[in-house]
Design a protein around this ligand. Structure first.
Ligand SMILES: [Mg+2]
Length: 190
């Protein structure tokens, strides 16, 4: 990464971007009677496979259950990327739509991201996709990475939108750039 990137401000989503829920989603779906493959686990795919009530039930376990919500690992390469941001003095912040923020913070702590990489000053929880845009604009976010297209669609004030498409299931569009791994993001920073 070069010095010219110093004016970048990177906005990060938590679930499906910094944290990889693939295996846990498959496990929880199985518990509810659905056999899923990794490619079925992105939110915008899975919420069409599971009936609404089941999907809500699964989300509750995934994000709010005191034990289950702490099981998912970090996305491969996420910590190296954060180290790079720090080393190159690139500003970054987390904007998540988690409702159960207590469990989200516990997970960040358990995975060694809090307070080493995230703290009160660069971590924000909002409600609606539109709120992500408001928060991003407030901090002058230049690049935002999310795993949901419907969120990226609302980020009108962010110049560079990235879809973290870990399982390569979504189409290419002009509206966002697709990445499927953290190392792939490096290419856009150099
Ligand atoms: Mg997400």
């Amino acid at each position: 990464m070069s010095k010219r990137n110093i004016n970048m401000v990177i906005g990060l989503d938590l679930d499906g971007v910094l944290v990889d829920h693939t295996d846990l989603k498959i496990r929880l779906a199985k518990r509810l009677g659905f056999n899923l493959l990794p490619k079925d686990t992105p939110t915008e795919v899975m919420n069409k496979i599971l009936p609404e009530g089941r999907w809500r039930e699964l989300q509750h376990l995934l994000y709010s259950d005191p034990k289950l919500s702490l099981l998912s690992p970090l996305m491969r390469g996420a910590k190296s990327m954060l180290n790079n941001f720090q080393k190159n003095k690139i500003d970054y912040l987390l904007i998540s739509r988690r409702k159960s923020t207590v469990q989200a913070l516990k997970l960040l702590e358990k995975r060694g991201l809090w307070p080493e990489y995230f703290n009160d000053k660069n971590t924000f929880f909002v409600v609606e996709p539109e709120d992500k845009n408001i928060k991003a604009a407030e901090f002058g976010v230049t690049h935002y990475i999310d795993d949901e297209r419907r969120v990226l669609e609302k980020l009108a004030d962010v110049r560079h939108r990235f879809l973290f498409d870990r399982h390569r299931v979504f189409p290419e569009t002009d509206f966002y750039k697709k990445i499927h791994s953290w190392p792939e993001f490096y290419e856009y920073l150099s």
